[in-house]
Design a protein around this ligand. Structure first.
Ligand SMILES: Nc1ncnc2c1ncn2[C@@H]1O[C@H](COP(=O)(O)OP(=O)(O)OP(=O)(O)O)[C@@H](O)[C@H]1O
Length: 302
């Protein structure tokens, strides 16, 4: 069980009001389940996900994994606990000058596996899980996006985590490759009992994979429902954002007649709220990426 208790995360912004990216979120994620987190850009999804492994330490509130309060741990205890949490990203975050096998071995090295032969064996096993062993000696630049994401999954799995955090894992992939990657995530969840938390803006991804859904808006979880409801005829989310996300999504009226008011209002609100705010990439691209790679290979935060 992952338990988020009154988690808030505020970012200081120079010369501007601080941004509350996550606002008093409480969420219970059953062990072994797949939790989807969905919402518009800027809703706070990534920040909430990064709160779970303290890649972004919450300003307040508690994060529990099983019986351990992660937010109360420090130093070595925190590093050990964080090795139980794997993470994959939209941009894969592989280390470009290492081979596929070395990328996976590196995360094992950071997690404390001292014996080189054991690192090799476990890396090979993890690559086998996602059927990418034949690329072990290749470099990331020689792989397709789907293959890179499979390597990233292998890297996350190699340390045998209890939890796998997925930040928009398929947003950079075409629909066919997306289906393949989602199938691997479903298999991993079933075979190893790993709890999967997946952030996305695509309801299709949630529909295909998740057990439960949390909808975020303005840093808050505004509604939750079992993902199975999405397959029920006549199911209607309670919030306008939820309804928009389960609707057919974007509709562009090329004839110039009225666009769906509801959809327009929700989008307009979103634009108004987030316009002008620099996203993390815009603020410190190098540092942000470096921290993500570090989190992926090391499972730790400096
Ligand atoms: N490191 C940071 N410093 C300052 N502000 C940040 C930082 N990270 C996120 N934010 C701000 O917090 C808010 C939530 O961002 P977050 O990335 O969590 O949203 P999101 O729902 O994941 O969006 P997206 O789908 O675009 O990734 C945004 O307003 C964003 O600009």
């Amino acid at each position: 069980m992952i338990s988020l208790r009154h988690v808030s995360t505020t970012f200081a912004a120079r010369g501007k009001e601080p941004i509350t990216a996550v606002d008093d979120v409480s969420l219970e994620i059953p062990a072994g389940s797949i939790q989807g987190i969905i919402g518009f850009s800027g809703a706070g999804k990534s920040t909430l996900l990064r709160n779970i492994n303290l890649l972004e330490r919450p300003t307040s509130g508690e994060v529990w994994i099983g019986d351990t309060e992660i937010t109360a741990l420090k130093d070595e205890a925190l590093r050990r606990a964080r090795h139980q949490i794997g993470m994959i990203f939209q941009g894969f975050n592989l280390v470009n000058n290492l081979t596929v096998a070395q990328n996976v071995e590196l995360s094992l090295k950071f997690s404390g596996v001292r014996d080189k032969a054991e690192r090799r064996r476990r890396a090979a096993e993890a690559l086998e899980t996602v059927d990418i062993s034949e690329k072990a000696k290749n470099y990331p630049a020689q792989l397709s996006g789907g293959q890179k994401q499979r390597v990233a999954i292998a890297r996350a799995l190699a340390t045998k985590p209890q939890v796998l955090l997925c930040d928009e894992p398929t947003s950079a992939l075409d629909p066919f490759t997306t289906a393949t990657v989602l199938q691997y995530l479903a298999d991993i969840n079933r075979e190893f009992g790993i709890t999967v938390v997946i952030v996305t803006h695509e309801m299709e991804v949630i529909k295909a994979l998740a057990d439960n859904v949390a909808v975020m808006e303005n840093g808050r979880v505004v509604e939750q429902f079992p993902a199975g409801d999405l397959h029920r005829e006549g199911f209607t989310p309670t919030t306008s954002i939820g309804r928009y996300l389960v609707s057919d999504g974007i509709s562009v009226n090329k004839a110039g007649a009225a666009v769906s008011e509801d959809a327009f209002d929700v989008v307009a609100e979103g634009v108004e709220d987030y316009e002008g705010e620099a996203g993390p990439e815009q603020q410190e691209p190098g540092a942000q990426r470096e921290r993500s790679i570090f989190a992926a290979v090391e499972g730790g935060v400096r």
